[in-house]
Design a protein around this ligand. Structure first.
Ligand code: ADP
Length: 191
């Protein structure tokens, strides 16, 4: 039960919960956003390539993202499981991930969707903007990211639901409460 994907709109708390679940389940949390941001900060070739997309709130092209995730999942620490935070985000990425896993003789165990209403998401992202100063947490860019999520990523909820992999969890409430709900959602489907 340790190959997991976290889905949810910007601000739902995927990154926070991915780190907590990683500690509880003893598998690495892999955040494509964090990896991209680290590359931008270090000025790597990849960072230079992705910066303009991120600053605009648009998705990095699938070919770039897929290659990056492929490399990351090839690392030995991901062999026994992982929590993907922020990937897949497009249907192309879903199929790419299917192939990566099939090639390794593995498959996804569960997709956990974290939900939250739109007002709460805007509140959280505006607060984070003040605390962390992320360059894509300005009001305009937040709106673009929400739109892009609705268009490109929300359809993945139905796709994974049809595969029987999806569990949706309410992202409102204390951080620890949400973690408990996610662990429940993982434990409740042994059958
Ligand atoms: P959030 O979920 O709050 O939007 P992330 O840190 O997950 O934040 O992502 C930040 C940005 O990184 C995205 O807006 C996008 O530009 C880029 N990114 C992250 N993951 C992907 C992905 N799977 N495909 C394309 N772009 C991505």
């Amino acid at each position: 039960m340790s190959r997991l994907v976290l889905l949810g709109p910007p601000g739902a708390g995927k990154g926070t919960q991915a780190k907590l679940l990683s500690a509880r389940l003893d598998v690495p949390a892999i955040s494509t956003g964090d990896i991209f941001r680290a590359n931008v900060a270090q000025g790597t070739e990849l960072g230079v390539k992705v910066k303009e997309y991120m600053d605009a709130g648009r998705y990095v092209p699938d070919a770039v993202t897929n290659a990056m995730v492929r490399d990351r999942l090839d690392q030995p620490d991901a062999a026994g499981g992982f929590i993907l935070d922020g990937y897949p985000r497009t249907t192309d990425q879903v199929h790419e991930l299917d192939e990566m896993l099939a090639a390794a003789g593995a498959k996804l165990d569960r997709v956990l969707e974290i939900t939250a209403d739109a007002d709460e998401l805007v509140r959280r992202l505006s607060r984070r903007a003040q605390l962390e100063g992320r360059s894509d947490d300005t009001e305009d860019v937040i709106r673009t990211r929400q739109q892009v999520y609705l268009e490109q990523t929300a359809p993945l909820v139905a796709l994974y639901s049809e595969r029987g992999l999806l569990r949706s969890v309410d992202g409102l409430g204390e951080v620890a409460e949400v973690t408990a709900r996610l662990l429940d959602a993982l434990a409740s489907d042994a059958g």
